[in-house]
Design a protein around this ligand. Structure first.
Ligand code: S0N
Length: 292
């Protein structure tokens, strides 16, 4: 009976989600509700491949979610199904506009690889990012789910890299962070052989956190988000930067140190320094106990 009640509560809670659309984007849909931001790549006709404009919009949405103090968890997903009934999270860079120096935007015709900025932002944003994967997460689209904190997959999810097959590779997070997740041998297999892996194989190699029926993908994401939102935001923030610190070198340490500075500002000691400066007196740091 208890389980039924919890389940009913959950369904009520999820059906009560009223997504509010933010901004008027062309390639993505950006919505918010009850502490959660949902970002959907909306190019199903190309399996949600990204072009420079898509990435620009994703950067704006993620920056907004970062700045919005109401948001604690971000869901990243792909629109679907496409007109042929197939689903995709993202199939990577739009190969139709790939030029010699990167992907060419419609705006200025300049080639770029701005998805690398997006990867860095997803990793460093001090909020939990959950990838909700239905269908294909391939190429640069696969790397996007890899850099998310957590991945929930639908039963139809398919994962893989295609780089060496289509003349590209991601030697950054796409290789080294992937290897930290699935191990060196498996990461090399994924990149060298360019095979596709189903959701069960992905779960077995630790590439994803959970598999659910496709009809439950969003509700499971919301349910996980609500569990995280019920926990201490600062503890979650510290944990994210701690997980990143060891892997991300000086950038990771900067992130962790930024969170430490933020906590220091909240202590009694830090305002004493600022107040003394503003009051043109010597700071009285001696009055503070040295914590052992
Ligand atoms: C996803 C796949 C496996 C789905 O196969 P399926 O279901 O058989 O569908 P298709 O018929 O193939 O596709 C349906 C329509 O969608 C188009 N389409 C699909 N993916 C793309 C894409 N990435 N770009 C452009 N169009 C795409 C199809 O062409 C088809 O359209 P129509 O019907 O009009 O023909 C399958 O689609 C697939 O394998 N897709 C390609 C996957 C791929 O190779 N992606 C690119 C991999 N590289 C990157 O992502 C680079 C990432 C990056 O930016 C980067 C980052 C760091 C360092 C370097 C790079 C770099 O640029 O290399």
């Amino acid at each position: 009976l208890k389980n039924i009640r919890v389940h009913t509560l959950l369904i009520t809670e999820i059906s009560a989600m009223r997504w509010i659309k933010c901004f008027d984007f062309k390639d993505i849909i950006y919505e918010k509700a009850d502490g959660i931001a949902k970002i959907t790549i909306n190019r199903p006709e190309v399996r949600n491949a990204f072009r420079p404009e898509t990435v620009k919009e994703l950067l704006i949405a993620f920056h907004d979610a970062k700045e919005c103090s109401d948001v604690g968890v971000i869901l990243l997903t792909g629109a679907g199904p496409a007109s042929d009934g197939k689903y995709a999270f993202c199939s990577g860079g739009d190969q139709r506009i790939r030029a010699n120096k990167g992907y060419v935007g419609e705006d200025d015709g300049v080639a770029r690889l701005n998805v690398l900025d997006l990867q860095k932002l997803i990793r460093s944003i001090p909020k939990v990012v959950i990838a909700l994967v239905a269908g294909y997460a391939i190429g640069g689209g696969h790397v996007l789910h890899v850099v998310c904190d957590l991945t929930i997959a639908a039963e139809n999810a398919i994962f893989g890299q295609t780089g060496p097959k289509v003349g590209s590779f991601d030697g950054g997070f796409g290789a080294s962070y992937l290897a930290r997740i699935v191990g060196q041998k498996k990461a090399r297999e994924i990149w060298y052989l360019c095979m596709q892996y189903d959701a069960n194989e992905a779960l077995k190699m630790g590439l994803i956190n959970k598999i659910v029926p496709i009809s439950e993908l969003e509700s499971e994401g919301i349910s996980w988000a609500n569990k995280i939102l019920a926990h201490s935001p600062l503890a979650i923030r510290c944990l994210k930067s701690a997980f990143n610190a060891e892997l991300d070198g000086q950038a990771g340490i900067q992130e962790l140190a930024g969170t430490a500075t933020l906590l220091y500002y909240m202590s009694e000691e830090a305002p004493e320094g600022k107040n003394a400066y503003l009051e043109k007196r010597k700071p009285e740091f001696k009055k503070f106990t040295r914590i052992k």
